[in-house]
Design a binder for this molecule. Structure first.
Ligand code: PLP
Length: 337
C-alpha cells in the first residue's frame, strides 16, 4: 500500500496549529512497567483543541470549495465535535447551526449549561435540539430540514453527517495523524485510541498501515459494544478505502476493538473510568475527559492487565481531548463513590 498521494487531492482548510507533541509519560511508564507515550491531540490548537480539529479540516475544505456559508452539525449535548465546528466556522468566517441530542440519561444541571455548551454559546452558534440519542438517520434528517429552510432564505448550508451513508471525510484527518505519528515514532509496539464514530480509529489505522507500520491499533469502545463497533469499523474502513482508492480487506483484517471500559454506557462514568482519570491526573498532571480519553486509558490498563500489552512494550495512547466536558461532569466527578 503506497498510494498516499491521493490525500493531497482532497480540499483541506488549515485549522491545526501543526503536528501535535508526542510525550513520554515517565512516572506512568514506571508504574505500569511499559514504555508509555501520549500523542497530544488534546493540543490541536483551535477552540480548546481535540481530535475533531483534524476531522474538520477536510469537512470545511469541502464546504469552502462548495461555497458554503453555514455549517450544520449534530452531536451529544456535551459534544466536542459541535463545539469544534462552531470554532472552525468562526475562524473561517462562516456561521454554524448545532443540534444537540439527548444521548445521556439522568445528567445534572452542569451537563446542560457548562463545558462545551457554554463554549458553543460564546461562539455564537445557533442551537437546535433533538429528543433522541440513538437515531443517526433521524438526526441527519432534522439537520437537512433546517438546511432547506436556510436555503430558502438565500443561505448556503453544508451538513456534516453522522450516518455512515456519506463519505467519511473526517477520517482523512486521522490518516494524516497516523502518518504523522509514524514519522515521530516508527517503532511503537501498539497504539490505543477511542472508537466512537470510528473516524479517528479507522483513519489512524489506515494512516499507520499506509506508513508501512504493522503494529496493532486497539480501538477502545466508547459508544457501542465491540460486536456492533466491529461491524461499524468494517463499513468505515470500506468507505475510507473507497475514498483513497486502496484495498479495504487488508485494513479490515486489522480491526481490534475492546469494550471492557464501555459500561455503564456512552457518556457515563464507572468507578474504573473515574479511577483512570484520577490516576492520570495524579501521576502525570495530565487531564483526561470523562467520555472518551479516560475510557481509552481504562482500556489501555485492561490491555496491560490481560497481557495484550506486554511488559516493556512501547505503547502510544492517543489523547483526543474533550476536556471542556470535565466541567459538564462536575457532579459525576465530585460525588463520593
Ligand atoms: C468525538 C470524540 C472521540 C471519538 O472520535 P470518533 O472519531 O468519533 O470515533 C474521542 N475523543 C473525543 C474527545 C471526542 O470528542
Amino acid at each position: 500500500m503506497a498510494r498516499t498521494n491521493t490525500l493531497a487531492n482532497f480540499p483541506r482548510a488549515r485549522l491545526m496549529s501543526g503536528p501535535t507533541p508526542l510525550e513520554r509519560l515517565d512516572r506512568m511508564s514506571n508504574k505500569l512497567g511499559i514504555d508509555l507515550w501520549l500523542k497530544r491531540d488534546d493540543l490541536t490548537g483551535l477552540g480548546f483543541g481535540g481530535n475533531k480539529t483534524r476531522q474538520l479540516e477536510f469537512y470545511f475544505g469541502d464546504a469552502l470549495q462548495q461555497g458554503a456559508d453555514t455549517i450544520l452539525i449534530t452531536g451529544a449535548v456535551q459534544s466536542n465535535y459541535v463545539r469544534s465546528a462552531a470554532a472552525a466556522a468562526a475562524r473561517l468566517g462562516m456561521q454554524s447551526v448545532l443540534q444537540l441530542e439527548e444521548r445521556v440519561p439522568d445528567m445534572g444541571a452542569d451537563y446542560y449549561s457548562s463545558g462545551n455548551v457554554l463554549l458553543a454559546k460564546i461562539l455564537g452558534a445557533e442551537h437546535m435540539s433533538y429528543p433522541k440519542g440513538e437515531d443517526e438517520a433521524g438526526a441527519d434528517a432534522a439537520l437537512h430540514a433546517r438546511a432547506e429552510e436556510l436555503k430558502a432564505q438565500g443561505r448556503k448550508p453544508y451538513v456534516i453527517h453522522l450516518g455512515l451513508n456519506h463519505p467519511p471525510l473526517g477520517a482523512l484527518g486521522y490518516v494524516v495523524a497516523g502518518q504523522e505519528l509514524c514519522q515521530q515514532m516508527p517503532d511503537f509496539d501498539a497504539v490505543v485510541v477511542p472508537s466512537g464514530s470510528g473516524a479517528t480509529h479507522g483513519g489512524l489505522l489506515t494512516g499507520v498501515a499506509l506508513a508501512g507500520v504493522n503494529s496493532p491499533v486497539f480501538g477502545v469502545c466508547v459508544r457501542r459494544d465491540s460486536s456492533k463497533q466491529h461491524a461499524r469499523m468494517q463499513t468505515v474502513l470500506q468507505k475510507l478505502a473507497d475514498l483513497l482508492e486502496i484495498d479495504a480487506p487488508a485494513l479490515q483484517a486489522k480491526i481490534e476493538v475492546l469494550d471492557e471500559a464501555l459500561p455503564p454506557g456512552y457518556g457515563k462514568l464507572s468507578a474504573t473510568t473515574r479511577n483512570a482519570l484520577e490516576m492520570m491526573a495524579r501521576t502525570e498532571g495530565v487531564f483526561l475527559d470523562p467520555v472518551y480519553s479516560a475510557k481509552t486509558f481504562a482500556g489501555l490498563l485492561h490491555l496491560v492487565d490481560v497481557g495484550k500489552i506486554q511488559p516493556g512494550q512501547k505503547v502510544v495512547m492517543l489523547h483526543t481531548g474533550g476536556l471542556p466536558a470535565l466541567f459538564g461532569y462536575q457532579s459525576e466527578l465530585t460525588t463520593s463513590s
